[in-house]
Ligand binder design. Structure first.
Ligand code: NAD
Ligand code: UDP
Length: 353
């Protein structure tokens, strides 16, 4: 039997791609998700791509909420009773929309912070002390220097970022309370985009997309008329904002690398950027997507979006040194795979769900 991992939020964008990579690597998975921002169809497709049976020992699904201590206690107790305890947890479940976090801060503290606390309490109670946590480059706020090393100050600028920083601090405190017990990897993602090359799974935002990449995809497929480019007077090579876009399959590989390392190397508290180290502007993305899709992507240059940084780029050195992980896929791979997904599923999972 393979190692067994509890994946919270495993039906979501990054979770579903990571499930695929872990199943293909031989891990057995139990996904806990409340489907507040995802569809069970994503996991049906993950099972199909990896040729495992849904709800077999390889891939189980539990519809539940990380904030419910009884649900978590039951999962860990059942796992132990069946002699299949969890070797580790990968914790994706959470809310991620920066704008919404200003409107509903208590919800963000509840799901992201209280939910993580409830999960950690269950892990502690059941002596499961290996965790990979989804953090974010958002914790750096407006970075002073780019590329951004992990040693840069943590200074969030929105409630979402504060919620991630709070969980990072909770993990540091927990680790300090029980030295040589916990195996923790906090992964600070930069901008995850793209899709599995099969076009079967990908990003499926509910409603109006806040992020650049899904918006560009929806313009290309004809769901939206034009992109608004937020600012053309940034101090960048073409005046538009620069980000470090990372193919979601590279990110999924990064989770496998972190999990393998924690299970192999023993107690530690690793904090690691996951990014490519390369910056691309909004117009770079538009041009690459137009080239990959063969579609015209109309856009209008408009005012800056409040709260945006000019440039965020990861310093990915630590991930290379500690996890032997680096990105392999290019912006053109990202656009090609994103377009394959968008074309095959113009309305996301909804049509087939
Ligand atoms: P997503 O919304 O697609 O996935 C999150 C999943 O968690 C969804 O399936 C959702 O239904 C589930 N979920 C939410 N609240 C839950 C709860 N209370 N109980 C159980 N399940 C719950 O988001 P994603 O892009 O896959 O992001 C995964 C993680 O990575 C999140 O924690 C996010 O904050 C973090 N992150 C994402 C990005 C990004 O740009 N996508 C960047 C940095 C960090
Ligand atoms: N952006 C844009 N139009 C959009 C969405 C985003 O011009 O409709 C820009 C945004 O200003 C930033 C970049 O695209 O420079 C990436 O934005 P996204 O929201 O995807 O990521 P984040 O800013 O959270 O890193």
């Amino acid at each position: 039997m393979g190692r067994r991992v509890l994946i919270t939020g495993g039906a979501g964008f990054i979770g579903s791609h990571t499930c695929l990579v872990l199943l293909e690597a031989g891990y057995d998975l139990l996904v806990l998700d409340n489907f507040s921002n995802s569809s069970p169809e994503a996991l049906t497709r993950v099972a199909a791509i990896s040729s495992v049976s849904l709800n077999s020992t390889r891939l189980q699904i539990e519809h539940g909420d990380i904030r419910n201590p009884h649900t978590l206690d039951q999962l860990f107790s059942d796992a132990a009773a069946n002699d299949r305890p969890f070797d580790a947890v990968i914790h994706f479940a959470g809310l991620k929309a920066v704008g919404e976090s200003f409107q509903k801060p208590l919800l963000y503290w509840d799901v992201n912070v209280s939910g993580s606390r409830t999960l950690l309490a269950a892990m502690e109670a059941h002596a499961c002390c290996t965790l990979v946590f989804s953090s974010s480059a958002t914790v750096y706020g407006f970075p002073k220097d780019v590329p951004i090393p992990e040693s840069a100050p943590i200074q969030p600028i929105n409630p979402y970022g504060f919620s991630k920083a709070a969980v990072e601090q909770m993990l540091a405190d927990l680790n300090a309370s029980a030295p040589n017990t916990w195996r923790i990897a906090c992964l600070r993602y930069f901008n995850p985009v793209g899709a599995h090359p099969s076009g079967q799974i990908g990003e499926d935002p509910l409603g109006f997309p806040n992020n650049l990449f899904p918006f560009v995809s929806q313009v290309a497929v004809g769901r939206r008329d034009q992109l608004q480019v937020f600012g053309s007077d940034w101090p960048t090579h073409d005046g538009t904002g620069v980000r470090d876009y990372i193919h979601v399959m590279d990110l999924a590989d990064g989770h496998k690398a972190a999990l393998d390392s924690l299970l192999k190397e023993g107690p530690q508290h690793l904090i690691c950027n996951l990014g490519s180290g390369a910056g691309k502007s909004v117009l770079d993305v538009v041009n690459a997507y137009a080239a990959a899709s063969g579609q015209n992507i109309p856009y209008a240059l408009v005012d800056r979006r409040p709260g945006d940084a000019a440039i965020t780029i990861a310093d990915p050195t630590r991930a290379a040194n500690t996890l032997s992980w680096r990105t392999k896929r290019t912006l053109s791979d990202i656009c090609r795979d994103g377009w394959t997904w968008q074309q095959a599923n113009p309305m996301g999972y909804r049509e087939s769900a």
